[in-house]
Design a protein around this ligand. Structure first.
Ligand SMILES: [Mn+2]
Length: 196
């Protein structure tokens, strides 16, 4: 049964987050997390990935948006996990290299069934507006742990943290679209014949 539109809500004492994704339908992007630069990054992710994404997130951001950003990664990962289950076999692999002015970001994804993150980025400015660039890794860790994916994210260079982070999210959007598209073959893309 083809399940194109996937929605997950997760509520804890710290956050209340709903993520809805339709990878086949481009153009409907609505992101409201109460953290403006995070909204900007997630909007870029979906817009340049060419898919529909809705994110609403509320949480204990008064002191620090850490929980909210990490938990949004967790819920997006849960959505992607459902996508992998409903659309098997997937293309599985994706790769994108995206520039933004002086910055260059490369993202490589394997929907492997195993959680692994390689993250290389040295931001020259610690913050984009009020957003701490250290939270990007927390988002990615939340994502890979629940999606069960192998993700390599490399910001190769750049002089402006905003450009570097945005290039990374654009590349991630493109890669999600590629890897989570259903394969035209019926074969599971593994020599083991199974992805788990
Ligand atoms: Mn921007």
């Amino acid at each position: 049964m083809k399940q194109q539109h996937i929605s997950v809500t997760r509520k804890t004492k710290e956050t209340d987050i709903t993520v809805s994704l339709d990878l086949e339908k481009a153009g409907t992007v609505s992101v409201a997390t109460t953290v403006p630069f995070f909204d900007h990054l997630l909007t870029s992710l979906a817009f340049h990935g060419g898919f529909s994404l809705s994110v609403t997130a509320r949480g204990d951001t008064e002191a620090d948006p850490h929980h909210l950003v990490e938990d949004t990664g967790i819920v997006l990962g849960q959505v992607l996990r459902k996508r992998a289950e409903s659309e098997s076999p997937l293309q599985r692999f994706g790769h994108a290299v995206i520039p933004m002015d002086e910055a260059l970001a490369e993202v490589v994804l394997d929907v492997s069934g195993r959680s692994h993150l390689v993250y290389v980025a040295e931001y020259p400015q610690e913050r984009c507006g009020t957003f701490d660039t250290a939270l990007i890794k927390e988002f990615l860790l939340g994502l890979i742990r629940t999606a069960d994916i192998t993700l390599h994210t490399l910001v190769r260079y750049g002089e402006n943290s905003h450009h570097m982070a945005e290039a990374l999210f654009k590349a991630l959007g493109k890669v999600l679209k590629i890897a989570y598209t259903r394969s035209s073959t019926k074969e599971i893309p593994s020599t083991k014949g199974v992805l788990e």
